[in-house]
Design a protein around this ligand. Structure first.
Ligand code: NAD
Length: 290
């Protein structure tokens, strides 16, 4: 493998060094960030990354409170404050209560990361309405509900230039499947296509309020959501035919992109989708001429 990353199931070959640990600039001091689905995978890495960048963190979870507490302890060990809040992002009352509790705890919020998501895969002919609705409700409606509450709070407070150039920042977790169709996953691909236009329309609407909205579109990232795609050496080899950069993404690859979008370093960026995918959207099938 060009990147020295082997099949996850195989021992590392001699001479291959582990990738460097992510390094975060401390640029979010004095800000509070809410991360949905923050007790697993990408959301956990984002919570820890924003904490390492100086923010206090609201760790949303819907199940496995122990894992959420563990993330909170890690944020606190780095010297920042953390609170865990249970809420199902697809439920309006839960989302409103979560924002009220988070704002009551930290005084306000400056950053909202709409990360929670799930898959309920099935071929089109077998897909139930429940599978369709579950994915749309969590992946799309959940991001709408959280974005709306975040904009309400950012607008209420306005800009504090000591803290950030913007009144608030929202990052939507999309996917390469906002662009790449995905047979057997029509609910998921539709939800992420929806996230793209949700994000862009929100960005257009709230830009005059000095609120920025952007998305990160991960490729194949090593998390529980897609374990079958990387768990065995054979699956990993097959996955790599889709990834020109020839390594799977790690949650920290996404966290570092999110930290930049949440910071003033990206203050002139809004309505953008940042693909973090090792080139998955570069039509790898055409690499040898098609
Ligand atoms: P994950 O399964 O490890 O994490 C998903 C998180 O969302 C979990 O904490 C889960 O409990 C939470 N969640 C699910 N339903 C929820 C609800 N109703 N309310 C609140 N939280 C809920 O998977 P992940 O890979 O870390 O996924 C995070 C995001 O990244 C998702 O939006 C996913 O679509 C997106 N994504 C992941 C990949 C990848 O390769 N892993 C690729 C593209 C996009």
């Amino acid at each position: 493998m060009a990147n020295g990353i082997t099949d996850p199931a195989a021992p590392a070959p001699p001479g291959v060094l582990p990738r460097p640990a992510p390094r975060y600039s401390v640029v979010l001091q004095g800000q509070a960030a809410l991360v949905t689905g923050a007790n697993s995978g990408i959301g956990k890495a984002v919570a820890l990354g924003l904490g390492a960048s100086g923010a206090d963190i609201v760790i949303n979870f819907v199940n496995n409170p122990e894992a959420a507490e563990e993330v909170a302890h890690q944020v606190e060990a780095g010297g920042k404050r953390a609170i865990t809040i249970k809420a199902d992002v697809s439920k309006e009352d839960d989302v409103k209560a979560m924002f009220a509790k988070a704002i009551g705890h930290f005084g306000t919020l400056h950053i909202c990361i709409n990360n929670a998501g799930l898959q309920r895969d099935a071929p089109l002919l077998d897909m139930t309405l429940e599978q369709w609705n579950t994915v749309i409700n969590v992946n799309l409606t959940g991001q709408f509900l959280c974005a709306r509450e975040a904009v309400r709070e950012f607008t209420r407070r306005g800009i504090d230039r000591e803290i950030s150039a913007a009144a608030g920042k929202i990052v939507f977790m999309s996917s390469v499947h906002q662009a790449i169709p995905w047979a057997g996953h029509v609910n998921y691909a539709a939800s992420k296509g929806g996230v793209m236009q949700l994000m862009r329309s929100v960005a257009q609407e709230v830009a005059p309020l000095a609120i920025r909205a952007n998305a990160v579109a991960p490729g194949a990232i090593r998390t529980p959501i897609n374990r079958p795609a990387w768990q065995t050496a054979e699956a990993y080899r097959s996955l790599m035919t889709l990834v020109p950069y020839e390594r799977i993404g790690e949650p920290e690859d996404i966290a570092q992109a999110v930290a930049w979008l949440a910071s003033d370093a990206s203050d002139y960026v809004t309505g953008a989708t940042l693909f973090v995918d090792g080139g998955m959207t570069l039509y790898p099938g055409f690499a040898t001429g098609g």
